[in-house]
Design a protein around this ligand. Structure first.
Ligand SMILES: Cc1cc2nc3c(=O)[nH]c(=O)nc-3n(C[C@H](O)[C@H](O)[C@H](O)COP(=O)(O)O)c2cc1C
Length: 335
């Protein structure tokens, strides 16, 4: 039938048909993304604990940033902070105290001290913040929120290493040694990679580490991944980096991928620093691939896949794709 149609239909018609079909597919994948974002992001309502946490982090961090400015403005942000306090009280009542509420209160305590120093004791926030602080031991609030004093002289010695060589010595590796990778090294690396920047410090990340001997899950995930042919079965551990839509609001629709990408890069560099071989693997799925991914790895509902990171030990000798870089002049325009 396909052959017959090919004969009788003019090539211009076939071309138009193909491009319409592709357009439709792109549209339907976007539509699926829209439905997920609408359903699982915090845009419409703070309907889960994680969404309220994202809101609290976003708002207390706005206060931290305000306090870290060269000349903070006494009495800044009264309206936003009033709202923050109200949601924070509701959060503590519903879920109890935790690290996020501790950081929020600690930040507000520094805000209060700053305001008092600048004679804003008449601020309507004073009794509200004092009321929050009363329920805490001072030691719980020490250095968990607010600002940190930094010193250039302390920092400089830590930067005395050859970053250029380190960065340029990383390659995507598709030929691993047999030896399994110890999960502890991966976990330690992720524990450092979490210091990657993220929007308002929301850290909307969730990582799934598939261990060396979980062959079935690795296979199920790699079967729907378009880019591990010829080396997938030699991967020791598979890291699945996902981002959590529940931490994002309204027009932040791409933020999950930006923050997720930065986090993934940090993990890759961390593993490289420990002498492990890595290769990023794309999770650019259409709807049916995404469904297969979801069926294989039961993630939290609000998670979107960012990428996989294949991990293995280095062989003594191996080849990598050259992956030549473009000249700087093609990548940069200085204005
Ligand atoms: C998000 C992302 C997805 C990638 N997906 C694949 C993949 O599916 N298969 C693969 O072999 N390499 C993949 N790569 C690796 C790239 O091909 C590689 O990073 C690029 O060619 C530059 O080479 P280098 O990493 O050796 O510097 C991916 C890289 C990134 C950042």
């Amino acid at each position: 039938m396909k052959k017959v149609l090919k004969k009788i239909l003019p090539s211009s018609f076939r071309k138009a048909y193909r491009s319409n079909k592709t357009s439709y597919r792109i549209f339907s994948d976007y539509f699926e993304d829209y439905r997920n974002y609408r359903k699982y992001s915090a845009s419409l309502d703070l309907k889960s604990k994680e969404m309220i946490q994202a809101y609290l982090i976003k708002e207390y961090h706005a206060v931290e940033k305000g306090l870290a400015l060269p000349i903070p403005r006494p009495g800044f942000g009264i309206e936003r902070i009033t709202e923050l306090i109200s949601k924070l009280q509701m959060y503590i009542q519903t879920y109890g105290k935790d690290s996020i509420s501790d950081i929020s209160v600690s930040t507000l305590q520094e805000y209060l001290a700053f305001d008092k120093k600048h004679n804003k004791e008449t601020s309507p926030l004073v009794p509200l913040i004092e009321n929050l602080i009363q329920a805490y031991n001072q030691s719980d609030l020490e250095s968990v929120g607010g600002t940190l004093p930094m010193n250039r002289q302390d920092l400089l010695p830590l930067l005395d290493f050859d970053f250029d060589s380190f960065f340029k010595s990383r390659h995507s590796i598709r030929d691993f040694a047999e030896e399994p990778v110890d999960t502890k090294i991966i976990l330690d690396t992720i524990d450092t990679a979490k210091y990657a920047p993220s929007v308002c410090n929301r850290q909307a990340w969730k990582v799934y580490v598939i261990e060396h001997d979980n062959y079935a899950l690795k296979k199920a995930l790699l079967n729907v991944q378009n880019g591990n042919k010829g080396f997938g079965d030699k991967i020791s551990s598979l890291i699945v980096v996902t981002g959590k839509l529940s931490s994002f609001f309204s027009y932040e629709r791409y933020q999950v991928y930006i923050d997720g990408g930065m986090f993934a890069m940090s993990i890759v560099l961390g593993l490289h620093s420990k002498g492990l071989a890595t290769c990023c693997l794309n999770t650019s799925y259409n709807s049916s691939m995404r469904e297969a991914f979801n069926n294989a790895l039961k993630t939290d509902d609000d998670c979107v896949p960012i990428m996989f990171i294949a991990v293995g030990h280095l062989k003594d000798n191996y080849k990598v794709a050259n992956s030549k870089r473009r000249p700087l002049s093609e990548l940069v325009e200085v204005r």
